[in-house]
Design a protein around this ligand. Structure first.
Ligand code: AMP
Length: 362
């Protein structure tokens, strides 16, 4: 494949959700065609793409149909079957980010082992295969500790705090009696994330840190650029660059961080895709995370990542999106809606970016 891809080339996206929608809008802006693989017709991404293929993300035949239309393949959803993507690579269609990044991020134990092996600190942890493993692990890690499924957890789902050993059976049952990880409680003072990108040529660019607040395990707000002490942004860049290089990564990555009282950063997890905590860049930066991802996978130069404004991003969950008339009338609110019909409780329906002046360093 000849990079940079010329406008008119087709970018294939596995996943039909809001991240795919915003990727497709960014790709269209640069003159690309987009084909998406979505689980249901009329998906948020399919509504704004040239082609929508309906099929499962583990459906090798559907992934192959998408690949046949695509000059490069990417994904917006991290629970895609890594095997289905490997088959695409075998057909000679380039895929970015690499399937290996996806496979590592899909297993919380493998992810932490990989991070630690590359000198990136995480909270301490023990792999759990049965309820009987929990008591000894709790004694080792200290209580309380957080039990999470190894795979397919997101937005705080499949997680339960364990305070004492006699809760082991109930806790293991509560997460579905699946292979799990027990994590020591990270004594963080705040949650940060760094959104970064790497090109096919190894070039890396990172956005200013965002500070994130979660409610019930779901992201509520991101404030960016986060007001951090000297050195924290540089440390986040070091973490992101180390990780991107170790994965031989291409595209945008989201790295969730815990900042401890002494300023040190632990990696919570990484997502091999554009990330909800990077939505502030849509209105706060010259080149947002979605355009940056398209630039990276298409072999274009990465764009500038400086913040032009301070942004507070708020997710619109469930029926909160019904407030769109008031939000549309608010001159300070930049409104993004995802085209989802069913406003199920807690479902991410859209987000709002509120801009204010960036305080200039003295
Ligand atoms: P995760 O699904 O791993 O991103 O976890 C969701 C949220 O749970 C995080 O954003 C934190 O607020 C919290 N959390 C996860 N892991 C830990 C931990 N080891 N210690 C304390 N809080 C955690």
């Amino acid at each position: 494949m000849a990079f940079p891809l010329a406008p008119g080339s087709t970018i294939g996206i596995v996943g039909g959700g809001q991240l795919g929608r915003m990727l497709a809008l960014a790709a269209a802006r640069l003159g690309f065609r987009v084909a998406v693989l979505a689980r249901e017709a009329d998906s948020p991404a399919g509504q704004v793409s040239a082609v929508e293929i309906v099929g499962g993300y583990a459906d090798g035949e559907a992934v192959a149909r998408l690949a046949a239309l695509s000059d490069v393949l990417t994904f917006e959803f991290e629970n895609v079957a890594a095997e289905a993507l490997e088959a695409v690579v075998a057909r000679g269609v380039p895929i970015a980010p690499p399937g290996r990044a996806l496979a590592i991020s899909q297993d919380r134990v493998d992810e932490k082992i990989f991070l630690n092996a590359h000198g990136l600190a995480t909270t301490t942890f023990v792999a759990i295969d049965s309820a009987a493993d929990i008591g000894p692990a709790l004694a080792q890690l200290g209580a309380p500790a957080l039990l999470k499924t190894r795979r397919e957890g997101y937005d705080g789902k499949g997680q339960v705090w364990v305070k004492q050993a006699d809760e082991a059976e109930a806790a293991f049952a509560a997460i579905g009696a699946k292979p799990a990880i027990l994590e020591a409680k990270a004594a963080f003072v705040r949650e940060l994330s760094v959104i970064a990108a790497r090109g096919w040529n190894g070039e890396v660019a990172a956005y200013p840190l965002g500070e994130n607040r979660h409610e019930h395990g779901v992201l509520r707000t991101t404030i960016a650029p986060a007001e951090v002490e000297d050195g924290v942004q540089a440390e986040a860049l070091r973490i992101a660059t180390t990780l991107l290089d170790a994965l031989d990564y291409v595209g945008v990555i989201g790295v969730e961080l815990f900042q401890l009282a002494d300023g040190a950063l632990l990696v919570n997890e990484f997502a091999p895709r554009v990330h909800n905590t990077g939505h502030w860049t849509l209105d706060g930066c010259e080149v947002d995370q979605f355009e940056q991802h398209i630039r990276a996978v298409a072999g274009w130069p990465l764009g500038p990542t400086d913040a032009l404004a301070r942004v507070e991003m708020t997710n619109l969950l469930g029926e909160e999106a019904l407030d769109w008339p008031a939000l549309a009338a608010d001159p300070d609110a930049r409104l993004w809606l995802y085209g989802k019909r069913e406003a199920a409780p807690g479902r991410k329906m859209g987000h709002v970016n509120r801009l204010s002046m960036l305080e200039m360093p003295e």
